[in-house]
Design a binder for this molecule. Structure first.
Ligand SMILES: [Zn+2]
Length: 231
């Protein structure tokens, strides 16, 4: 079943409205209102509220009729935590703040996180100490923020496992279905190059997906690393 977290929509619009209100009031503590600071604030709020999952596609309109949610109380909670989060985010901007402030304007094509494993083809042990690249339409894919990296380095702390989260791509309008081609590329000296191609279809949305949510993970099949010249 496809589900999504209703909180994402409510928090996304709540935080954006809050920024706009504070911009209008010309508060002196408002030092930045860029997309990255807004997203950091959205994450702050989402991490502090329990998720509320609903079936995909039914959305806010449906949920408003649900008795289970005390919507007034929820909006009050979101606003209170959003203001607290916004002040904290602005008080300690990340060192890389300016370079990561380049998320596209909505609507966007969102991507799931990609999760996969590289195994030694002879022993089936998880591989370590190697780099995995993700190509998108033939070029190194950009990640959603600086906490994700491409190439991904598999070190002994994450044996065999790699993850990527691709930065959303601008769309002309919401509701467009489009396929994107990806390639996992592993080059290690003394071993055959791994090239694994796959395609992901995404429907453009009016929100940038922020919370890491396993419902939005795409699991790739295990890939195997063989020594060069292996029969
Ligand atoms: Zn900012």
């Amino acid at each position: 079943m496809n589900v999504h977290n209703l909180m994402e929509e409510m928090v996304y619009s709540g935080v954006n409205e809050l920024f706009d209100t504070v911009i209008e009031s010309k508060a002196d503590w408002l030092t930045c209102s860029c997309e990255q600071c807004r997203l950091d604030t959205i994450c702050y709020v989402l991490n502090r509220l329990p998720p509320h999952y609903i079936k995909s596609g039914r959305g806010l309109a449906y949920a408003q009729n649900e008795d289970a949610i005390d919507k007034m109380q929820l909006v009050a909670d979101i606003n209170r935590i959003a203001l607290e989060g916004m002040k904290q985010v602005l008080a300690k901007k990340r060192p890389n703040h300016d370079q990561s402030a380049s998320l596209p304007k909505t609507p966007v094509f969102n991507f799931p996180t990609f999760v996969g494993r590289i195994l030694d083809g002879c022993t089936f042990e998880p591989a370590t100490n190697l780099q995995v690249q993700l190509l998108m339409e033939g070029a190194l894919a950009e990640c959603i923020d600086s906490t994700w990296s491409n190439p991904f380095t598999i070190d002994p702390h994450t044996p065999g496992t790699f993850t990527f989260w691709v930065k959303p791509v601008s769309a002309d309008k919401p509701g467009i279905r489009k396929a994107f081609s990806f390639e996992i590329l592993v080059n290690r000296e003394g071993f055959d190059t791994i090239r694994y191609y796959f395609e992901i279809a995404s429907t453009s949305e009016s929100v940038i997906r922020t919370a890491v949510n396993t419902d939005h993970s795409h699991f790739l099949p295990d890939l195997h690393l063989f020594p060069s010249g292996h029969p």
